[in-house]
Design a protein around this ligand. Sequence first.
Ligand SMILES: Nc1ncnc2c1ncn2[C@@H]1O[C@H](COP(=O)(O)OP(=O)(O)OP(=O)(O)O)[C@@H](O)[C@H]1O
Ligand SMILES: [Mg+2]
Length: 361
Amino acid sequence: MPETLRLEVTGLRRSFGGAPVVDDVSLAVAAGQVTCLLGPSGCGKSTTLRMIAGVERPDSGAIRIDGRAVFGAGVEVPPEGRSVGLMFQDFALFPHLTVAQNVAFGLTGEKAAKVRRVGDLLERVNLAGYGDKHPHELSGGEQQRVALARALAPRPRVMLMDEPFSGLDNRLRDGIRDATLEVLKEEGTAVLLVTHEPDEAMRMADEIALMRGGRIVQRGAPYNIYNAPVDKAAAAFFSDINVIRGVSRGALTDTPFGAFLTPGHADGAAVEIVIRPQHLKIDFDRGGRGPNPTVADGTPARGVVQRARYLGRESLVDFRMDHDGSVLTASVPGVFLPKAGTALWLMIRRDRCFVFGTGGR
Ligand SMILES: Nc1ncnc2c1ncn2[C@@H]1O[C@H](COP(=O)(O)OP(=O)(O)OP(=O)(O)O)[C@@H](O)[C@H]1O
Ligand SMILES: [Mg+2]
């Protein structure tokens, strides 16, 4: 028996004015797991979430919550019958109700049980003692936590969150993300969280579903998505990238950085070698010579520092390469800030680069 799937979405589609906006989206979220739907603006994330919530109607596809069909094959359960909790960016608390009344809003049943549940949740989100206050007396972060407690109160099987932290300032956001995650894990809720911020997805997700143009292009743990991107665009979504172009011959591609293994690429096929700035290695110039080539890092190529920016934790250094005038960017620990005009040697870690055909894959 596989772990219980709280949310199963199969082949979901939706077009607006003939243009597909969500195109064959399938995903599954188990109890206590967080899946982040991550992708650029307009790629169809919110539309997907709205269809699962039941406020937007799919053209086709199926949605199951807790093993029960809520959409598909003639079934269409209205939003209030789906046992989903919703949290959106503009979560509006009811201004005329107290914090406790806001949290109790979706609860039915006996009064004493409701009071217990509200008290328990307020404690969980670190707002014990705030029950009698009104929303306008709370900070943005406190209001956000009330909204979380309210969404969790009826014990939804699935929590749908659409950019719920984007209204918060940076300093507050990290703490609230972590607190939210902790509560959701404790409650064993299955969470589908929409974001366009890779950092947020990396921080929150057990699984990331990377979306582009209405489709999920890659699914996996944050580690895998970051370290084994499915194509150049997927790599570029998480950080700046450097691209070195070449032509594959006999499963090897020669470049000024030495040869790269390019198995699976036909002779004569154009390939792109993609490397993140933090995986370029830098070495000093020794009177016009660089370090010796190695198997792990290939052959060094010389470049001249064009610009170096100190960002605190790291410095970003742009190099103009001697061999073709192209610009490559390296990220180095912040203590190292070379002057413009300095000649240095760059090497590419073979275990950290990605090779794609120019079709993108
Ligand atoms: N009701 C609608 N009628 C027409 N087009 C719509 C409708 N809702 C969404 N769209 C279009 O569908 C596309 C996807 O919208 P969606 O809101 O799902 O994007 P998103 O991935 O959530 O983007 P963002 O990160 O900016 O919130 C957009 O091009 C949008 O203009
Ligand atoms: Mg959206």
